[in-house]
Design a protein around this ligand. Structure first.
Ligand code: COA
Ligand code: ZN
Length: 315
């Protein structure tokens, strides 16, 4: 028995952002708000509720301002906004986001595809965002993501030293929260254990989030490898929605209810109500117009037993 399995695993729900950003069917503002309010009732402490990026880049989330202004703010829940630049940060502050999540890729090519700028320009912009937040009237926390940290769909392998040094630059700029993102599901468990161990030498576990996509079926294996290496915070999306529209071949985040189910079965506390989560996940196909990849919402929990058929009773 691994006693570390008693330590809570913190799930940040990202379906309203990563999940919806790639959907072709427009999701009405009211439906986005209802989804976030539904998630707020499931026990999450962190929800990435939208992004403040160019509406031309991500039309699906162009109503971020209206969404953030209307969601029910559940006590104890941090509502995070993804921002790419100062303009996004100004919009997010005006919409009362609790935390800003800045994103830059370890891969220059993916950063140019996604953010239309070099990594150096992204970092310079982050400096401006840090100064903006430091001068803000209310307290807002900062997180920065290293996208394509485990591999890039254009460049392939990403040098681990480069990821470690980007993390150090973020922290030196005064950004406390760090996310390592596997944008197109290229990570494997051994690689994850190695990189998480290295990054945890510089960053406390309470500040480090792992963001996995299940593109090649390794999502939950990577979660366990990261957890065993000491990581405690993970992004996941309801139904397994998600993906970066500027990363060829991208597909869904690890599925929140599948992750919570695994944790429950293993005795790892998450504080999340799995039954409510499954009920909410079952509303997704109607919302996005297609089946979703999550498995537990289809199969039910282990404890959701079936009636014994008549022919079996007779034997
Ligand atoms: N929010 C709203 N509008 C924004 C904006 C933001 N955060 N940042 C820029 N814009 C607007 C500008 O005002 C300008 O508008 P105009 O054409 O009406 O004058 C237009 O977008 C272009 O601005 P520019 O600074 O030249 O941006 P760009 O075209 O070089 O694109 C980004 C740079 C970063 C804004 C864009 O690539 C982007 O939003 N990327 C995010 C992609 C994403 O969310 N990916 C998935 C999550 S990782
Ligand atoms: Zn993602």
């Amino acid at each position: 028995m691994n006693h570390a399995y008693k330590e809570p695993l913190i799930v940040q729900e990202v379906a309203p952002r990563d999940g919806l950003q790639i959907e072709k069917q427009w999701v009405e503002t009211g439906d986005k708000i209802a989804l976030i309010d539904g998630l707020s009732a499931c026990g999450f402490t962190r929800i990435e509720a939208g992004s403040f990026v160019s509406p031309k880049a991500i039309p699906a989330l162009r109503d971020g301002d209206a969404v953030f202004n209307a969601i029910r703010r559940e006590a104890g829940v941090i509502y995070v906004a993804l921002v790419p630049n100062v303009k996004g940060a100004e919009r997010a502050l005006a919409a009362r986001a609790d935390e800003l999540n800045l994103v830059m890729s370890a891969s220059q090519t993916h950063n140019r595809a996604n953010m239309r700028m070099s990594c150096e320009s992204s970092l310079a912009g982050f400096g401006d965002v840090v100064r903006l937040v430091e001068g803000a009237a209310s307290k807002v926390s900062l997180n920065a993501t290293v996208a394509t940290a485990f591999g890039c769909p254009f460049e392939g392998r990403i040098d681990e030293d480069r990821v470690v040094s980007i993390v150090r630059s973020y922290r030196e700029m005064g950004i406390a929260g760090i996310t390592l993102a596997d944008t197109t599901g290229m990570a494997n468990p051994r690689q994850v254990a190695r990189l998480v161990t290295r990054v945890l030498a510089d960053v406390p576990a309470a500040d480090l989030t792992l963001h996995f996509h299940n593109t090649r079926g390794l999502g939950l294996a990577n979660v366990l490898a990261a957890y065993d290496a000491g990581a405690r915070r993970f992004d996941a999306a309801l139904g397994g929605l998600g993906g970066c529209p500027f990363a060829p071949g991208a597909s869904g985040n690890i599925c929140t209810e599948d992750l919570v189910n695994m944790c429950e079965e293993m005795g790892i506390p998450t504080g999340i109500d799995l039954q409510k989560l499954i009920a909410l996940s079952r509303t997704l196909p109607a919302l996005v117009g297609h089946e979703v990849s999550g498995q537990v919402a289809k199969a039910g929990r282990n404890c959701d037993l079936h009636p014994v058929p008549e022919y079996v009773r007779a034997i």
